[in-house]
Write a protein that binds this ligand. Sequence first.
Ligand SMILES: [Zn+2]
Length: 404
Amino acid sequence: MELNVFMKCVNQGLKVRLYPDEDMLTKINQNIGNARFTWNKLLENYQNTYKIFKLNGYSKLKCNMATFNTMLNMLKKEHDFLYLSESSSLQQVFRDLINAFNKFFNGEGGYPRFKSKKHDKHACRIQNNHNIKINDNTIVLPKLGEVYYRTSKKYREKLKNAKINNVTIKIENGKYYAVFNIETETPDFPKTHKFVGIDLGMKTLATLDNGLKIANLDVTYEESMIKKYQKRLSNKEYQSNHYKDTQKTYWKWVDRKKNKINDYYHKITTEIVKKYDIIILEDLNIKGMFQNPHSSRKLQRIGWKKFVEMLKYKARIYGKTFRQVSRWYPSSKNCSNCGYYNKDLKLEQTQWKCPQCQKTHDRDINAGKNILKQGLIDLIDETMNLWDRGDSTVILLSWKSTSP
Ligand SMILES: [Zn+2]
């Protein structure tokens, strides 16, 4: 029997499909359009003010809530239709804009861009001020009203009992969704006292340091269908009835591929988080550094990113430790057995023998082992403040990764 199951409050995203009627559709589209309009106008205002600042010799214009709030109030006076929006959804716009600017100033992101109807995400976020209500079949949203939704029984109950912080209404491939940010009490997964290093790859999705290889999911059929309907779309007159019909089928296959991959990733990541207390991966920014920007690699990177995000948030929710090896580390070229650095190892070599200790390595498994070792060194540094690398390495050598 598991004693003392640790419960804690965690933030979680929960996505449900919405089924808006004509009236609701208009309102949602208006709200999303207003959010985009506000973003673009505020960005424009900021840029104009900045120009004046610069002319007068100031190098920086601070973005703060008060400034943007005033700008928003001025915008509302100028454009009546902004009053049709739920007011917190417009305040959210300048919070997002301030975040984007802060990221830019800290060197973590690019300069905020103007949003276009065609290329950007169609979404708006509404804060819950005790005015979002979840019924069995409908959700009541402030200002927008009541809308039908569908989800599993499990998620419906979770949603009804959770504390809702905010909800994002979004359109994806012609379908409407609500993504709730909720706080729930979640029990930790039982501790297993095992840890794992994971190497992400092109041919194999993930290789565990114990030798387990997780294959990439085969979605070639879905991809061929997506390609087929994409081609058909390009031959149709834009926004004609034929175009819209074909677009529906095209979106269906896009969704199918996405859902198939999502399900697969969810299963694997839950399994890994259940099985291991400490999960260590490579930093993806470093991983891609020396690779060509080939398009299939780019797609694989998007897949890796999703996979890593899932592991990360599940580890957080279920009380496990997740780390990414942060410093530059040649995980494939080092012998995980004796530490020998094989500088001649080629990218296409899947197996190699260490000239120093004679051990034969599978490239990916060896990488997984090195990632685990490096991650544990990082963790020890963090948790025990052992700055003397010699000491921490000695401790690590007596730790052995366990088999599945
Ligand atoms: Zn060796």
